[in-house]
Each structure stands twice: as C-alpha cells, then as structure tokens.
Write a protein that binds this ligand. Structure first.
Ligand SMILES: Cc1ncc(COP(=O)(O)O)c(C=O)c1O
Length: 478
C-alpha cells in the first residue's frame, strides 16, 4: 500500500477505497453471537489482548487487521442489540447513525472553530435550536453538543457558577471563586446523577456544596423536603446558586416535579438545570411528553442522544434558555475565537469545555430525518411498555418482589428472603456465562436487580426468558 491508500479522501478513488474497507469492517461483525456476550472469563480476555500485536515494523493488510479485530474484540464484546442486554442505558444503534459515523470520520469537521467546520457549525446549531423548541424553550434557546450527560451536566452547572459570580461583579474564569463562594450550594435530589457532585468538585465548590433533597417512595424529589432545605439554608445565610431537577433518574426513571422546582429556583434567584439525559427523549412521544411538564422553564437542559435516541457514543447536548449565557464561558485565544470573526463565523469553542470536537450532530440529524417523530415515539413507548410488563410479571411471580414502581424503561426488583449475596451471585454468573447482562444497584439502602429496556425489538417473551434465567440462578433452598 502507498501513503495515499491510508487516507480517507472523498474523491472518487478515495470513496472506492472506503467502500471496499467498509465492506471488510462490516464482514468483521460476522461473529455468529447468539448471546449478549461470549463466556470467556475476564482474565482470559486480558490474555487475548496481550496477544494482539499493536504495531509491527511494517503494516498489515487492512482486511486482515479488521478480521482480527472482529475475531478478538467484536466476538468478545457486549451486544447492545441482544434483548438480554439490560444492565444499563446502553442502546443498540440505528443504521442511519452508524453509517453517518463513517461520513463524519471521513470528512472530520472539527467543531471548535468555524474555519474547520463552517456548515457543520450551522447544522449543529440548527439541531440544538430544534431541540430547544421541542423542549418548549423560547427561541433564544441554543446549545452545544458534548461527549455525554456528565459533560453536559458539568457545563450547565459551570454556567450556574459563572452567573452567581457575575452577579457579584466577579469574572470567575479570570479571578477564581469569590470569597462568598464558601456559602454557595447546589440542590438536587438524592437520586440525581453523581455528575452533579463531580461538577461541584471540579468547579472548586467541593462535593459538600451539593445538598441532596429526599425523594418520595416514587423516587421523585420531595417538594416539602426541598422547601425545608431552602428554608434552612436561607436561615443559615447560605446562597443556593443552582437547583438541579432530574427528568429520568438513572435507576428508577423518575421525573422530578419540574414546574414546582422551577418556581423555587426563580424565588431564590438560582439557576434551574434539568438533567434530562434519560427522559429528554420523551419529547418525541405525544403520550410521554406531558411527563416533562415544567422542563420549558429550565435555564439549561442536558439531553443524551446516546441513550434513548439510539445514537452511538458520543452524542449529548446541553441546551440553554439564552445563548448569551455562554458569554460567561468564553475564553479568547490567539489562534481560535480571536474576536475578529466576520458575521456568522461562530466558533463553538466559545461554548464548550472541549476544544477539538466531533460533528456528532450529523448522525443525530440523519437518524431523526430517516426515522421521523412518529416512529421514534412508538419505539420509546414500546420500551416503557416492556418495563411495565416486566413490573407486572415480577409482581405476579412468587420469587421476585418489585422494589420500586416502574416509571420509564427500568424495572427494579429483588428476590425476597435471598439477600444481597444471592442477587450478586445470580447477576455475576449470568454475566460470566454471557446469558444476561443484568443491572444491579441499591435503592434507598435496598439491594436490587435492574432491567433497563433499550431495545424496542425486544418482546415480552424476551422479558419472560430473562426472568426465568434469573430465577434458575437463585439458590434452591433459602
Ligand atoms: C440521569 C443521568 N444523567 C447523566 C448521566 C451521565 O451520562 P453519560 O454516561 O453520558 O456521561 C447518566 C448516565 O447514566 C444518567 O443516568
């Protein structure tokens, strides 16, 4: 092969080379897997990896390398499209998104500056404005794509911190935290994602600045407990800079009372961030959309396309109510975002904690356009009905007990009388044998198994089979 053969050019020859190579890559997926993963043991996988030669003195034919990757990696990976892959918010991916990944990589637009991604910048903004509209935000809403829900939450809370400092006349990016920051608090429910704590830690506020508010038995933020926390903090002369509502908690899928939280945030002049990494997708279903009432009042919203929109990693968005919020984040540099750009030359680096960044918006647009809102909504509703079916079946079966009501795409349960060890051993044995990739968590101190339904092609028969497999792993005697 010549040097020319290595590069992904978009001219005719380049496209022919890519077509051939894509064919090999697709053939490498032919692993005849009939379960969510192979049964090769964890240590044996490290042994296998050690045998992979990373870089020889002279290269090898791509067809061989891809075949080898298939035989070594894909053969022993997790198959997100297998109906028994139910541990996490880890979706199977759509064909439009997967093939658009190829175009994204081949054209390699970099989203930090307009001169590396002119039309891609315009399309990313268009997607985020569309998303803002779906969320019910005003036309001033805009945003930026990020690498995931964690990054989007950190960015939203960073904006909240900058705003609180700006209110004191302090440019926190320049001068660091003002003295008053020792009194700053971020409130979220005790079911909120740990990235809220991570944001507080990274922003110099410390994890102790996060006050968690108790949840009801449904896993949603208890508004009385929120009022009590706000009252207490006010009495102690503390300042609440942000309240985070969660739309779809990781384990329970619970959606906090967003409109009620928004009222409190406004009354306390606090930023209202909604972590809708999970349930943001509900905007696509007329049936599920009403559950998000109040999200339109947010200052910033996290939506993860790489969860319930079936996009390959990475694809997340932070949408803000008012694009001017990003002014609090902008760092000028001599080579990027100099401040002397012509009208329309937007450098998205000014909105992002990343510099170089992928054009993930393209695959999302390709999926949305190909599938359309109606089918997106129907597929989501299929997932919630699978979770409901799972909940009903658990309730009807003697071995299992529902740990919490089913809200979204997850179902949490335990096996009464068996205890944590039996649950862990059942989950680990199924994982080791590659039969079911099952979730395991602790809810309000109670250990639980978790099924997270991400594959709309799964059926109620798959749910029955998963539960049967778990039941056979429980000890025969109590
Ligand atoms: C509610 C919620 N927010 C944020 C995240 C973090 O998302 P990511 O893994 O994309 O960083 C998750 C992950 O599961 C989540 O459930």
């Amino acid at each position: 092969m010549t040097w020319q053969d290595y590069f992904a050019a978009t001219d005719r020859d380049g496209r022919e080379r890519l077509t051939q190579a894509a064919q090999w890559a697709i053939e490498s997926l032919d692993q005849d897997l009939t379960a969510p993963r192979s049964s090769v043991a964890p240590l044996a996988l490290h042994e296998l990896a050690r045998e992979v030669e990373i870089c020889r003195e002279d290269g090898e034919p791509l067809a061989d390398v891809l075949r080898d990757l298939g035989d070594v990696v894909w053969a022993h990976g997790v198959v997100p499209s297998d109906p028994a892959t139910v541990a996490h918010l880890h979706p199977p991916t759509t064909v439009p998104a997967v093939v658009t990944e190829l175009a994204i990589a081949a054209t390699n637009q970099s989203m930090d500056s307009w001169d590396q991604a002119p039309m891609a910048t315009a399309l990313e903004l268009r997607l985020l404005e569309w998303l803002g509209g779906q969320l019910g935000l005003p036309s001033s809403a805009t945003g930026v794509m990020t690498s995931g829900g964690t990054a989007s939450n950190v960015l939203g809370i960073t904006l909240a911190r900058s705003r609180a400092a700006a209110a004191l006349g302090v440019d926190v990016l320049k001068s660091g935290l003002p003295r008053e920051a020792s009194t700053w608090h971020i409130l979220c429910s005790d079911q909120a994602h740990f990235s809220v704590q991570r944001a507080a830690a990274q922003l110099g506020l410390g994890r102790d600045a996060v006050t968690t508010v108790a949840t009801t038995s449904d896993g949603v933020m208890d508004i009385n407990a929120l009022d009590a926390a706000l009252g207490h903090l006010r009495q102690e002369h503390q300042r609440v800079i942000a309240i985070v509502g969660t739309a779809g908690t990781t384990d329970l899928g619970a959606i906090d009372p967003l409109a009620e939280i928004a009222k409190r945030a406004e009354a306390h002049n606090a930023w209202f961030h909604v972590d809708a990494a999970v349930a943001g997708a509900f905007v696509m279903s007329d049936t599920l959309r009403p559950r998000l009432a109040g999200i339109e009042l947010a200052d910033s919203v996290t939506v993860d396309f790489h969860k319930l929109w079936w996009q390959p990693f990475n694809a997340s968005a932070l949408v803000v109510r008012d694009g001017a919020s990003f002014d609090l984040l902008r760092v000028k540099s001599s080579y990027l975002d100099r401040g002397d750009e012509l009208e329309g030359m937007i450098n998205l680096v000014g909105r992002s904690l990343d510099t170089s960044r992928r054009f993930d918006a393209a695959k999302v647009v390709a999926s949305l356009r190909t599938i359309g809102r109606r089918q997106f909504g129907a597929m989501l509703e299929q997932l919630t009905s699978l979770a409901t079916y799972c909940g009903d079946t658990i309730t009807a079966r003697a071995e299992f007990d529902l740990v919490a009501p089913v809200h979204g795409v997850t179902c949490l349960f335990d096996a009464p009388g068996y205890g944590e060890t039996a649950l862990r051993e059942a989950q680990q044995r199924l994982l080791l044998r590659g039969e079911v990739i099952l979730g395991r968590t602790v809810i309000k101190g109670r250990p639980a198994l978790k099924c997270t339904f991400m594959n709309p092609l799964a059926t109620t028969a798959d749910v029955d089979r998963i539960l049967d497999l778990i039941a056979t792993e429980l000890p025969t005697t109590l």
